[in-house]
Design a protein around this ligand. Structure first.
Ligand SMILES: *[C@@H]1O[C@H](CO)[C@@H](O)[C@H](O)[C@H]1NC(C)=O
Length: 519
């Protein structure tokens, strides 16, 4: 009997092997939340039986045998230091990370460092390496398209945020700024007149930055670092502009329950929430007990994994503790240090199993920095939030949450404790926030297949159909002057002018003839 079962298992396993693909996953941004998304992506692919070579900054501790790590942990040194970027510099408005120009140049440095990293160099120089597709995170430039040129395989972009013009123009046309927010904006459509004009301004300036600055850097990175390798492998070297616009798919880490409905070509797929496991890990015993007995509910406070709470100014820390102490609720505060004299209802934890806490039925409010992972998880588990945005997409995530009606925004400032007190009072006493998040959570969960499955399906679809050309929008191929029918307009003008001239000419000949006759 045992032999038979073994046999069946072997046969099944061999069938499974037939559909195993090899992916190169490029997710080297040295920011923890991006690495969580990268790890989860690798996890989905491995669970579906595929092999993955994974370029990452944070090497995971446990690794399945199908994963080969390409370690680029040196990328960490390209992040802003603790001195230039921490909670106090944000409060004082002296940090520069919120400038798009700063972000662009930081991400460009990271892209270049990644490709130059000796481990990556070894990978691309190895002519025996073959992949069925490259899946690369998009972060303000497209240089990683070069990997698809090297391995001569389909390219899939992974975008950590909801679709915006920078990513949509790679597979379709530029979205209309009158109702599509750009990456650096925190407006949520429908837009007012002023917002519409600002969005137009953003799109134009960002396009100019792209054309006159980024594009040059991309080309030089491609020519210096990719072209020699491609030439070594293949007979012809595709131009960078071809590779840039040759993506088969965009995986968008967002979902309509959290974002604005957008016009998308069929190769842009929402996968928001794929990083959340369907069975949440149980809480550690002490937290489980703490949450079980909290009869007035639990407020969970975390500023995410990048900001260090220890950089909160001391006075602000004291006031926060005092304010939390006045509440009936139990407060779980994720904080890297123990605070003296904390009130009995405040529990400081250095590390928090966030998903397990949000999943507990007594968790009634989440105070968060509004990172995309946190806002996704809060919709998944149905907990209203108070958002304290600090940088990047946190502003738009919180703005969206406020507009959707399940959040209040509080700004990081020296008066944050009293501002938070008011917001907490409002959310706990007005049931509309909890009702709304329950509605959105229902929308979020009501999908034909869970996002992790959908992700795997589309990625496999690209490989099976050799690049899924049938999903591509024809708009990508049509130049702007043809879309605006400038050629038709010019043609018509020319025909009108020419015919006018010809008519005049004929007229003048006839007229002259008649004149001659008269004479
Ligand atoms: C563009 O993508 C398709 C589908 O993945 C692929 O067959 C083709 O070789 C790619 N073109 C270039 C120049 O890499």
């Amino acid at each position: 009997m045992l032999k038979k079962i073994q046999c069946v298992v072997l046969i099944l396993a061999s069938l499974y092997e037939v559909n195993a693909y090899r992916y190169l996953v490029v997710s080297p941004i040295p920011i923890k939340s991006h690495a969580i998304l990268g790890d989860a992506l690798v996890d989905c692919l491995v669970n579906a039986g595929h092999e993955v070579t994974y370029i990452t900054t944070f090497v995971p501790e446990k690794l399945p045998s199908q994963v080969t790590i390409i370690d680029v942990s040196e990328n960490i040194k390209h992040l802003p230091t603790d001195e230039t970027f921490n909670i106090t510099t944000v409060i004082d408005n002296t940090n520069k990370i919120n400038s798009i120009v700063y972000m662009i140049s930081m991400m460009m440095d990271i892209s270049k460092a990644t490709i130059q990293n000796p481990n990556v160099q070894k990978l691309i120089a190895d002519r025996t390496q073959k992949f069925d597709a490259v899946i690369s995170e998009w972060m303000l430039n497209e240089v990683y398209a070069g990997f698809a040129g090297i391995f001569n395989c389909p390219l899939i972009w992974f975008s950590s945020v909801e679709p915006h013009w920078g990513i949509l123009q790679l597979v379709d046309e530029l979205p209309n700024p009158a109702y599509t927010a750009s990456l650096s904006s925190d407006y949520v459509p429908p837009l007012t007149f002023k917002q519409r004009v600002t969005e137009l301004y953003y799109q134009i300036t960002e396009r100019l930055i792209k054309i006159f600055w980024i594009s040059g850097l991309e080309h030089s990175i491609y020519n210096n670092l990719f072209v020699p390798v491609i030439r070594d492998r293949h007979n012809s070297v595709p131009p960078f502009e071809i590779l840039r616009y040759n993506a088969s798919l965009i995986l968008s880490n967002s979902h309509l329950s959290m974002s604005t409905a957008a016009k998308l070509p069929p190769n842009v797929i929402y996968i928001g929430g794929y990083h959340i496991k369907s069975n949440v890990k149980p809480l550690p015993k002490d937290l489980q007990q703490l949450m079980d007995i909290a009869k007035h509910g639990v407020i969970y406070f975390s500023m995410g994994s990048t900001l260090r709470s220890k950089n909160f100014p001391d006075d602000v820390k004291k006031e926060l503790l005092k304010m939390f102490g006045k509440l009936k609720q139990t407060v779980i505060w994720k904080f890297e240090e123990q605070l003296p004299n904390s009130p009995s209802n405040v529990h400081i934890v250095q590390w928090a199993p966030q998903q397990s806490i949000l999943a507990h039925k007594n968790c009634i409010l989440f105070i968060t920095h509004g990172g995309l992972l946190s806002t996704t998880e809060t919709v998944h588990f149905g907990v209203p939030i108070i958002g304290i945005p600090v940088f990047g997409d946190q502003f738009v995530n919180v703005a969206r949450a406020v507009k959707k009606g399940f959040a209040l925004r509080v700004d990081l400032s020296y008066t944050i404790a009293s501002d938070l007190e008011i917001a907490i009072g409002e959310i706990l006493n007005n049931p509309k926030y909890t009702t709304r998040i329950a509605e959105l959570s229902q929308i979020y969960h009501d999908r034909p297949v869970p996002p992790a499955k959908e992700l795997v399906h589309w990625v496999e679809h690209v490989v099976k159909t050799r690049g899924a050309i049938h999903l591509r929008s024809p708009a990508l191929m049509v130049p702007w002057y043809q879309k605006l029918y400038i050629d038709l307009i010019l043609g018509t003008v020319v025909i009108v002018l020419v015919s006018k001239y010809v008519l005049k000419f004929i007229h003048s000949i006839l007229f002259m003839k008649r004149k001659e006759k008269v004479n």
